[in-house]
Write a protein that binds this ligand. Structure first.
Ligand SMILES: C[S@@+](CC[C@H](N)C(=O)[O-])C[C@H]1O[C@@H](n2cnc3c(N)ncnc32)[C@H](O)[C@@H]1O
Length: 310
């Protein structure tokens, strides 16, 4: 039996956990569905509610577990198993491959540059796989060493993930605006990088964060503050709970002011639906990108970080 890959004119979209319905609404009818993986004909297209996109999928027929592992290993080192059926056999193939470095790392760190592939079994002797995937993490899962003591909320996890994905982070002494800062997870993370943080919220910061060096708190509606009220910032962050168009208008005002260089904002969806038109407005801002991070729930993360462009 041949173990040559047969490339498909398709891409496979692995839904973000809990958001299959949103993903289905974004894509044309799939050619097939395997677990939370939708195979859609044609080149990879923009889809926001994914944990990972298999960009150049192929099928591979094989006789034995070792054949399957040999064929994958011949293409590249890293392969994440996604068991949709035949879980035991999928695991045996994964065990015959080089181990993925499973050890969570301590922030800050850089995203790996080595490609991460993914595979699933369609039947005992056929796999669907892709060497090229949109996420550098196995099945999009961002693992790191959590800090369960320092931050007053778990929101810091999505900021760390966003900064790793942006490939850039505030340097010591850089000035950051953190809008919607309370209770202070993001401010805690930014102060931990040595940045100066202006934290704005209508609710107070946790005391442990308010007294960190470099942190200034402003009790205010972030959206009624003009860039001139704050002054130039190196980084603008927002985790404000609001309707996406309100965030878009505020961000546009900051971009036009030229007073902020880097932006990372969560675009939070209200109710069960998502605001596709506003997400597309954000996506059309030149040089920016939108991701559903592993630590995002019913929200997307928009980032405009000039260092990530090239
Ligand atoms: C998800 S929480 C932020 C969590 C925070 N990033 C952290 O790491 O702890 C959203 C915050 O937005 C704040 N908020 C909502 N509307 C706001 C507004 N117009 N201006 C400032 N803060 C606002 C809320 O008070 C709330 O603290």
């Amino acid at each position: 039996m041949s173990t040559d890959p047969r490339f498909l004119d398709a891409a496979c979209y692995h839904a973000a956990p809990g958001f299959m319905q949103h993903l289905e609404g974004e894509l044309p009818a799939p050619y097939r569905r395997d677990g939370d993986l939708l195979t859609v004909m044609g080149p990879a297209r923009a889809a926001y509610w994914t944990r990972n996109v298999w960009i150049r999928p192929f099928t591979l027929e094989f006789d034995s577990i070792s054949d399957a592992a040999r064929a994958l290993r011949g293409m590249q080192r890293n392969w994440a198993p996604y068991p949709t059926r035949l879980a035991r056999r999928t695991t045996l193939i994964a065990e015959a491959l080089p181990p993925l470095s499973g050890k969570p790392r301590s922030f800050p760190f850089d995203a790996p540059s080595a490609p991460m592939g993914a595979f699933t079994l369609l039947d005992e002797r056929t796999m669907l796989a892709s060497a090229a995937c949109s996420s550098p993490w196995p099945n999009g899962e961002f693992a790191f060493v959590e800090d369960k003591e320092g931050p007053p909320s778990r929101a810091y996890r999505k900021l760390w993930e966003a900064l790793v994905m942006a490939g850039s982070r505030p340097s010591p002494g850089q000035r950051c605006l953190d809008a919607g800062a309370s209770p202070g997870g993001w401010t805690w993370a930014l102060a931990g990088l040595g940045a100066e943080v202006v934290a704005v919220d209508r609710a107070p910061l946790d005391d442990s964060v308010a007294k960190l060096p470099g942190v200034t708190f402003l009790k205010h509606n972030a959206f009624t503050l003009k860039p001139g009220d704050i002054g130039p910032v190196d980084w603008l962050f927002s985790d404000v709970i609001c309707y996406p168009p309100a965030l878009f208008d505020w961000v546009t005002m900051w971009i036009e002011s030229g007073m902020a260089r880097n932006f990372i904002c969560t675009v939070k969806m209200q109710g069960k639906e998502w605001d596709r038109p506003t997400v597309e407005h954000f996506a059309s801002i030149r040089g920016s990108r939108i991701l559903h991070l592993w630590h995002n729930k019913h929200e997307l993360t928009w980032m405009l970080v000039p260092a990530m462009e090239g």
